[in-house]
Design a protein around this ligand. Structure first.
Ligand code: AMP
Ligand code: MG
Length: 423
C-alpha cells in the first residue's frame, strides 16, 4: 500500500473555503484522494457481473470465426452475376448453421445457405432467398447485388489478439456475452468494496419500534443500503447510533476497522456538536464542507483509520443527492474502475416555471416526459424540500440548475440528468 496523500494540502490552498465549496471543486478534491482496492479474485464470468476487471482481456479467436451468411438465401461468386440480366446457377449443395458445405463451388454454381452458416471459401456474396427463384436444382438470381453483400466477415466483431476489454472496465450484460463469445470462462476482478454504514440521531427509531413524540423511523440507512447495493458494494449495516460521544466514537472505530469505506448520515452539519469534528480529527483526517448546492449542503470527507469516510447530511433527499453527485463516482474509482465519467446531461425545455435564487447549484427532482408531438420536456416533481423523499421516488431525472441561475421561465432549456442507469 502506498501512503495516501494528506488532506491538509487541500485546506492550505488559497481559494479553499470550506463554508462555500463549489460542487466541481468538491468532486475534484475527493477524486484526488482515493486509494482503490487492489485485491484480485478470479470468478466465473456470471459472477463477475457488475465487477471491475483487474486485467485486460485478449481474444484468442476471431469472432465470428468464419465468413458467414447474414441471411437465408444463396451464396455464389459475385463475378458470376450480370449487372443487367438474370443469371441461372446450378445449386451444388447446402450450408447449414453449424454444418458447412465443404465441397468446391465452381463458376456457374451456387450454394443454398442459411443465416449463420459458413460461406464457402469459393463464394463471396449472398443473395437473400426472397430475391431468388429456385427450380429443378437451379436458382435464378436478379441484378443489383453488391459484391460481399450479406456476408459477415470473419473477425469483424473481434480479432484474434485484440484487447477486447481493458483493466478497470465494469462488466455489464454486453461484456458477459462478449466474454462468452470468445470462450472465456473466468476473469480476474477486484474484490467487492466493503462499505460500513450507520445513521446518527437521537430521534431515530429502528424498524419494528414505535416512534414516540418527535421520533421518526430511520429511513436513510435503507436508502443508503439500496444505493450501495445497486453499485455492487458489500454493505455492513451498523445500525442507528445515538448522538452520544462514546457511542459515535465506538461506531466510527468499529466501522473503519471493518470496511474500506465508512458512510454515515446526519451529525456532520454546522449545528452538530463540535465533539464529532474533534473526535474525527483524533481518529483520522476529515474535512467538513458546506457545499454550494441544494439540497445537501453539509458533507464530510476524509479518512478514518485507513478507511475512506463520507459523512452525508441527515435530510433524506440530501442523502441521495449528495451520494449521486459525489459518492457514487468516488466509489466506482475505489472499486478499481478507470472509465468513470460524469453522468451525461442534456438540455430539455422546461414545461413549468422554476423559482430559484442564485448562489447554489440546485439538483431539483424532475419528471421528463414526451408530449403528443413527440418532443421531450421536463417539470419538477413539486415541493423540493430536502425532507420530501417522495420527490426522489417520483422523479426520473435531476434538473441541474447552475450556481448563478435565478428563476427559470417556461420554454427555457435546462440541463437534465437522467436517473435511469444512474440510480
Ligand atoms: P441532521 O443532519 O442530523 O441534523 O438531520 C437533518 C434532518 O434529517 C432532521 O430532520 C433529521 O430528523 C433527518 N434525519 C436524520 N437522520 C435521518 C435518518 N436516518 N432517517 C430519516 N431522517 C433522518
Ligand atoms: Mg442528527
Amino acid at each position: 500500500m502506498t501512503t495516501p496523500p494528506s488532506l491538509r494540502a487541500i485546506a492550505a490552498a488559497d481559494d479553499y473555503d470550506p463554508n462555500s465549496m463549489p460542487v466541481d471543486q468538491a468532486r475534484a478534491h475527493i477524486r484526488a484522494f482515493l486509494t482503490p482496492v487492489t485485491t484480485v479474485e478470479r470468478l466465473h464470468i456470471r459472477d463477475a457481473l457488475g465487477r471491475i476487471l483487474a486485467e485486460d482481456v485478449v481474444s484468442t479467436i476471431d469472432v465470428p470465426a468464419h465468413d458467414n451468411s447474414g441471411m437465408d438465401g444463396y451464396a455464389m461468386r459475385h463475378a458470376d452475376l450480370q449487372p443487367d440480366a438474370d443469371v441461372t446457377l446450378r445449386v451444388v449443395g447446402t450450408s447449414f448453421a453449424g454444418r458447412p458445405y465443404t465441397g468446391p463451388v465452381n463458376a456457374g454454381e451456387a450454394v443454398r445457405i442459411f443465416t449463420g452458416a459458413v460461406v464457402p471459401p469459393d463464394c463471396d456474396t449472398v443473395i437473400m432467398q426472397e430475391r431468388a427463384k429456385a427450380a429443378d436444382g437451379n436458382v435464378t438470381l436478379g441484378t443489383g447485388a453488391k459484391a460481399g453483400q450479406n456476408v459477415r466477415k470473419a473477425g469483424e466483431d473481434l480479432k484474434t489478439g485484440a484487447v477486447v476489454f481493458h483493466k478497470g472496465q465494469r462488466v455489464r450484460a454486453a461484456e458477459l456475452g462478449m466474454l462468452a463469445s470468445i470462450g472465456v470462462i473466468e476473469v480476474s476482478v477486484y474484490r467487492r468494496l466493503r462499505v460500513a454504514l450507520f445513521s446518527t440521531g437521537d430521534e431515530l427509531v429502528q424498524l419494528g419500534g414505535t416512534p414516540g413524540p418527535g421520533q421518526i423511523f430511520d429511513s436513510n440507512r435503507y436508502t443508503m443500503y439500496g444505493m450501495l447495493a445497486d453499485l455492487g458494494c458489500e454493505v455492513i449495516d451498523m445500525g442507528v447510533v445515538r448522538d452520544r460521544p462514546e457511542d459515535v466514537e465506538a461506531a466510527f472505530a468499529a466501522a473503519a476497522a471493518a470496511a474500506d469505506v465508512v458512510m454515515t448520515s446526519g451529525g456532520v452539519s454546522v449545528g452538530d456538536a463540535d465533539y464529532v469534528k474533534q473526535m474525527l480529527d483524533r481518529l483520522g483526517e476529515v474535512l467538513f464542507w458546506k457545499i454550494a448546492m441544494k439540497p445537501g449542503r453539509p458533507l464530510a470527507f476524509g479518512r478514518i483509520d485507513g478507511a475512506h469516510f463520507f459523512g452525508l447530511p441527515g435530510n433524506p433527499v440530501a442523502v441521495m443527492v449528495t451520494f449521486y453527485q459525489f459518492v457514487r463516482d468516488a466509489l466506482f474509482v475505489l472499486m478499481g474502475r478507470t472509465d468513470v465519467t460524469p453522468v451525461p446531461m442534456f438540455k430539455v425545455p422546461l414545461a413549468a416555471p422554476i423559482r430559484k435564487a442564485p448562489g447554489r447549484t440546485e439538483f431539483q427532482r424532475g419528471i421528463l416526459s414526451r408530449g403528443a408531438d413527440g418532443a421531450l420536456s421536463v417539470v419538477t416533481t413539486g415541493d423540493q424540500g430536502s425532507g420530501i423523499l417522495s420527490s426522489m421516488s417520483r422523479a426520473n431525472c435531476f434538473i441541474v440548475l447552475p450556481t448563478d441561475q435565478g428563476n427559470v421561465d417556461v420554454g427555457t432549456l435546462v440541463d437534465v440528468q437522467p436517473m435511469d442507469g444512474v440510480i
